[in-house]
Design a binder for this molecule. Structure first.
Ligand code: NAD
Length: 420
């Protein structure tokens, strides 16, 4: 159970909003030659071709509305069931569908920028007006060509691409699943992005280039499958609308971490310190079992949270059955890993703060996650199974209010610590 998988979306998520993709039959590439018409080369050498084909397409994209897939992805993100969205699309439909945390790795068509001075940014409406008045290519007052802020063939990747990579790398292994929706996964370099994650799930209506790397493939229409996923989540929530998961909710992640440690242990039969490892795993099983059976305020929580805890407990029981009868527990791996998770969330926050377009909503969300995790950490300590290293936690509890102040974000630290 992964509480917050990332999403990687492609043109296929928007076909049901009336925007054709590139590679399906009937897709755009069958009608227009991409290099002749949609490259930086074309902008300089064939501006007529670029703008004659481009403007009607841009207009169509700007008028499109989000479909069910965008709306459900947006809802699941704001309710903390999904993490950041990395999109290859330029249509802003994720944002229109309610998502707040989106990396547009191929740019967008909300604005156009001068290719020479790089300071003049105009709205697409202004760009359309210039073209309509016969100015092809449309020009900035400095004489440079105004280019929509999309990535064309021959361009380098925009800052969002690097931001997304930095973020997942600073998160380490804590967000270890990505769901690719409506992408043929053939466009480089973004098709290597899933390899930053341990696991990949694919939702697509035709085979993709990374099918053999996927843990799970759901074939069909993006909006229908997202609707089925939402229905299933509501069913697991006993028919009630989903409420946001608490910021630090990581029950499933702990059990998954343990299952991973256990699987590695079992597959590597020739480990020399076998006995010691087994003892460490046993210590973790005992700790997580105790945590999950005493999960804070479980009875006041929505059904789906209870369900995630139950499933996680089942994983623990499965591992327990395979453990030898009398292992000697010593310090395990999980408390240290939890320390690492908190640390990697903090590193991710620091990396996010370096982005020029960082948003206060997202900074707040990241701070709440760290506080929730620290709250859980403290709660675990009350079991007195292990002693924790508090130096990191103390340091963070000093730094977080400073960060919140600096970005003028209102945070109730005590409440945040209890939101696990
Ligand atoms: P792609 O055209 O290579 O692949 C789209 C995939 O989605 C195909 O495998 C197709 O079978 C599948 N698909 C189509 N409709 C679907 C549906 N309703 N449900 C499920 N699957 C569906 O797209 P890509 O991988 O995103 O690469 C194309 C490039 O073109 C990207 O770089 C993107 O920037 C650009 N593009 C963007 C838009 C947009 O912004 N909406 C539209 C066209 C192209």
């Amino acid at each position: 159970m992964y509480p917050r998988p990332w999403v990687l979306s492609g043109a296929g998520i928007s076909t049901e909003s009336g925007i054709p993709d590139f590679r399906s039959s009937g897709g755009l590439w069958e009608k227009v030659d991409p290099i002749e018409n949609f490259s930086t080369w074309a902008l300089y050498n064939n501006p007529e071709g670029f703008f004659t084909h481009g403007i009607p397409m841009f207009e169509q994209i700007l008028e499109a509305n989000p479909n069910k897939a965008h709306l459900i992805v947006g809802e699941l993100q704001t309710k903390r069931f999904l993490g950041p969205i990395v999109t290859q699309n330029v249509d802003s439909l994720h944002q229109k569908g309610g998502a707040e945390w989106v990396y547009e790795v191929h740019g967008h068509i909300r604005t156009a920028t001068c290719m020479d001075c790089h300071t003049n940014v105009v709205s697409m409406e202004e760009l359309f007006n210039l073209v309509q008045d016969g100015q092809i290519p449309p020009k900035c007052h400095c004489g440079g060509i105004l280019k929509p802020d999309v990535i064309l063939f021959g361009d380098s990747m925009p800052a969002d691409f690097q931001y997304a990579i930095n973020l997942i790398r600073s998160h380490g292994s804590t967000d270890n699943m990505i769901i690719a929706i409506g992408s043929s996964l053939t466009v480089s370099p973004i098709n290597s992005f899933p390899f930053e994650f341990e696991k990949l799930a694919i939702i697509n209506n035709s085979p993709t280039a990374l099918d053999m790397n996927a843990e799970l493939i759901l074939s069909g229409s993006a909006s229908e499958i997202m609707q089925q996923i939402k229905n299933r989540l509501i069913e697991l929530n006993k028919g009630k609308e989903l409420q946001p998961l608490p910021a630090g909710f990581i029950a499933g992640r702990l059990a998954t971490m343990l299952a991973d440690i256990w699987n590695t242990f079992q597959t590597r039969k020739n480990i020399t310190d076998r006995k010691e490892r087994l003892n460490k795993i046993t210590a973790d099983v005992l700790l997580i079992e105790k945590l999950l059976t005493n999960y804070p305020n479980l009875n006041d929580r929505q059904a789906i949270e209870k369900y995630i805890v139950e499933i996680s407990l089942k994983t623990i029981q499965k591992i327990k059955k395979e453990l030898p009868r009398k292992p000697r527990p010593i310090d395990g791996y999980i408390p240290k890993s939890l320390n690492d998770i908190i640390n990697s969330h903090y590193k991710a926050l620091v990396s996010y703060l370096k982005q020029y377009n960082s948003q206060s909503d997202i900074i707040k969300e990241m701070i709440l996650q760290i506080l929730g995790l620290i709250g859980l950490y403290k709660y675990m300590e009350s079991f007195k199974i292990q002693t924790f290293d508090y130096s990191l936690v103390d340091e963070l509890l000093n730094k977080i209010p400073e960060i919140a102040n600096k970005y003028e974000i209102m945070i109730d630290v005590e409440k945040g610590l209890n939101d696990y």
